[in-house]
Design a protein around this ligand. Structure first.
Ligand code: ADP
Length: 282
C-alpha cells in the first residue's frame, strides 16, 4: 500500500540528510507503531509518505500514486493527524461541516460513536475552549470517521491522561479493519501496547526493524530471570527490582510476550545483531 524506495531527504543541504537510501514497505490491514527517539525523523517520514514533503531522491508510492504528485484520489484517502493541533473557534458540528467534505467516505454516525466512546457528547461545544486532551479526542474521532484508507497519527497519545489512553486504544481497535492502514508514531513506547500489530524502529536515519509482533516473538524471547548467570547470552538485559528483564534470541521458538520498551532498548543497543536475526540487509 505504501512503498518507499531508496529515499534521501534532508531539510538543509548544508547538513547531513536525515534519511539516506531508506526503504520501507507498509501493507493494509495493519496498525504500525513507528518508534524512535525524539528527532529521529518519524514525523518527517510520515510527511514524505503522505506527500507533504518531497524526497531529494528515490521514490514513494502511496496506494499506487507517486506521493509527491498529491493526486486528489490519493489525498481523499489519507488523513494526517498532526501532533500540533489546528482547532478553529467553532463547535464540533461546524468543524465537521467545514472539513468533512474533503473526505467522501466520512461517516457522521461513526464520528458520534467515537466521540461517545471518548465521553464527549456535546456537539455544540466550542473547540477552542476545550482542554488539550479534549481537542485531541475530537480530532482523533474525526480522523477515524473520515474512513480514509490510510491514517497517519503523529504522537496521538501526547496530552491524553491514563484513562483516555486506554479509551484511545479501544476506539482504534473498533476503527481498524483489513482495508485500512494505520501508522502511529510515538516515543512513548508503552502507550501503544496491545494496539499495534507491527513495529517499525527508526534510528540514525535507518529502519532497524520492520516486523509484525508475531514475528518478533518468534525470533526474540522476552523473559525475566533471577540471576546474572541466567541472563548470560541475552542480547539485552535490564536489572530491576522484580528481576532481570532480558531479551534473548528465541532459538527454541518458545511462546512468550512482547515487551515493547525492552524491545526498543534491545534494538538500539544491539543494532547489528538484531538486523542479522531479522535478516535485514545492512
Ligand atoms: P521526530 O518526529 O522523530 O521527533 P522529526 O521528523 O520531527 O522527528 O524531525 C527530524 C529532524 O528534522 C530533527 O532534527 C528536527 O529538528 C528536524 N526538522 C524537523 N522539521 C524541520 C523543519 N521544518 N525544518 C528544519 N528541520 C526540521
Amino acid at each position: 500500500m505504501i512503498s518507499v524506495k531508496d529515499i534521501t531527504f534532508g531539510y538543509s543541504k548544508k547538513k547531513a540528510p536525515i534519511f539516506k537510501d531508506l526503504s520501507l514497505e507498509l501493507n493494509s490491514g495493519h496498525i504500525y507503531g513507528l518508534l524512535g527517539k525524539n528527532g529521529e525523523g518519524k514525523t518527517t517520514l510520515m510527511k514524505l509518505m503522505s506527500g507533504l514533503r518531497f524526497a531529494q531522491s528515490g521514490s514513494i508510492e502511496t496506494m499506487g500514486f507517486p506521493a509527491p504528485f498529491r493526486n486528489p484520489n490519493m489525498l481523499k484517502d489519507i488523513y494526517f493527524l498532526s501532533e500540533e493541533m489546528y482547532v478553529p473557534a467553532v463547535s464540533i458540528d461546524a468543524y465537521i461541516k467545514a472539513f468533512a467534505p474533503f473526505y467522501p467516505n466520512f461517516s457522521l454516525e461513526k464520528m458520534q460513536d467515537y466521540l461517545h466512546q471518548f465521553e464527549m457528547t456535546d456537539m455544540a461545544q466550542n473547540m477552542s475552549k476545550m482542554s488539550h486532551g479534549q481537542k485531541k479526542k475530537v480530532l482523533i474521532s474525526f480522523a477515524l470517521a473520515t474512513n480514509t484508507k490510510i491514517i497517519f497519527m503523529d504522537e496521538p497519545t501526547n496530552g491524553l491522561d491514563i484513562p483516555s489512553k486506554s479509551m484511545f486504544r479501544k476506539v482504534m481497535i473498533s476503527a481498524a479493519d483489513d482495508d485500512r492502514l494505520f501508522v502511529i508514531s510515538t516515543h512513548q513506547v508503552r502507550d501503544l501496547y496491545s494496539l499495534i500489530d507491527s513495529i517499525i524502529i527508526l534510528d540514525g536515519g535507518e529502519i532497524l526493524l520492520n516486523s509484525s509482533t508475531e514475528e518478533i516473538t518468534e525470533k526474540l524471547l522476552f523473559k525475566v530471570v533471577d540471576s546474572i548467570e541466567e541472563a548470560q547470552g541475552a542480547l539485552y538485559s535490564e536489572d530491576t527490582l522484580r528481576g532481570i528483564y532480558s531479551v534473548f534470541e528465541n532459538t527454541e521458538h518458545l511462546e512468550n510476550k512482547l515487551d515493547m520498551e525492552l524491545l526498543f532498548n534491545a534494538v538500539l543497543c544491539e543494532k547489528q545483531r538484531v538486523k542479522e536475526i531479522f535478516n535485514l540487509k545492512k
